[in-house]
Write a protein that binds this ligand. Structure first.
Ligand SMILES: Nc1ncnc2c1ncn2[C@@H]1O[C@H](COP(=O)(O)OP(=O)(O)OP(=O)(O)O)[C@@H](O)[C@H]1O
Ligand SMILES: Cc1ncc(COP(=O)(O)O)c(N)n1
Length: 271
């Protein structure tokens, strides 16, 4: 049995719905062996973030080195990176190793409004990490901060996608989960080769969307680790997150997590 290995560099969510926990659950569900480097420990539940405790930068770097020096990592994902220092050092480290498909989820603010990225880190993200991205997965507010654009219409989304490609990312998927003017959950993909398309799924009326972005990006990373093309990985990750939101678990009394088992159960039923 050959199992592909993926690495997530992200923060821990004690509530288990987002961050490292969402990533590892998603990797496991998709048959990929998950490894991890923690950037911060957060105290979270479905009501929000109660504390953020960053890991020292050399601790983050040593975790990544330990994984990359031993495992043949087929795809890597970044989530909450917290500080400019961590971002700069992670980018420098990744450049030392042969290129690995890199999914950058530019996590900035938790759904509850608490900051997961220091203000000074935004420039470092743009300057050092985005140029290494195989694909970057911003939501609309993150895309607005990183491009400096106001994004409201489909044209704005396309222009912002182009701005990410100009910043050096090979591809971008602009997630539509934060738009209030649409009936569908519509994400827009564009790449440096000029290919673009939209993936759409029916909007689900639910408050249980904690960790949707992490889960989507982790699914995308898993499919890349298994050798899928970028467009195929985006389309399949969309199915994973749709199933996860649609079959919510009703855990906690605030904004609950998504269901990381749902995609696998659906696939089983289809066979
Ligand atoms: N209510 C919903 N119904 C259907 N799909 C949704 C819903 N909310 C988000 N999505 C989808 O989930 C994926 C993640 O998008 P979203 O914009 O929520 O990411 P995010 O804001 O980065 O998530 P996070 O809050 O974890 O940081 C996208 O494919 C988006 O279209
Ligand atoms: C450690 C960590 N990483 C990412 C998120 C974003 O997820 P959400 O916006 O759904 O809170 C989070 N809350 N915590």
């Amino acid at each position: 049995m050959t199992v592909q290995v993926a690495l997530t560099i992200a923060g821990s969510d004690s509530g288990g719905g987002a961050g490292i926990q969402a990533d590892l659950k998603t990797f496991q569900e998709l048959g990929v062996f998950g490894t991890s480097a923690l950037t911060a420990v957060t105290a979270q539940n479905t009501h929000g973030v109660h504390g953020v405790y960053p890991i020292q930068t050399d601790g983050v770097i040593t975790q990544i080195r330990a994984v990359l020096d031993d495992f043949d990592v087929k795809a890597c994902k970044t989530g909450m990176l917290f500080s400019a220092d961590i971002i700069t050092e992670v980018a420098a480290l990744l450049k030392e190793y042969p290129p690995i498909p890199l999914v950058i989820d530019p996590v900035m603010i938790a759904k509850g409004g608490q900051s997961l990225l220091q203000q000074q880190a935004i420039q470092a993200l743009k300057e050092h990490l985005l140029p290494l991205a195989t694909i970057v997965t911003p939501n609309i507010p993150e895309a607005e901060v990183l491009t400096g654009m106001k994004i409201q219409t489909d044209e704005d989304i396309q222009q912002a996608a182009t701005a990410f490609i100009k910043m050096g990312a090979k591809a971008v998927v602009m997630k539509g989960g934060h738009r209030s003017d649409v009936l569908d959950a519509k994400d827009y993909y564009a790449d440096a080769e000029g290919q673009s398309f939209t993936v759409t799924a029916p909007w689900i009326q639910t408050k249980d969307t904690h960790g949707t972005g992490c889960t989507f990006a982790a699914a995308l990373t898993s499919f890349l680790a298994k050798g899928c093309s970028l467009p195929d990985a985006v389309a399949e990750a969309k199915q994973f997150i749709q199933a996860a939101i649609e079959n919510g678990l009703k855990i906690g009394s605030g904004h609950g997590p998504t269901n990381h088992w749902a995609y696998g159960q659906l696939k089983k039923e289809m066979h």
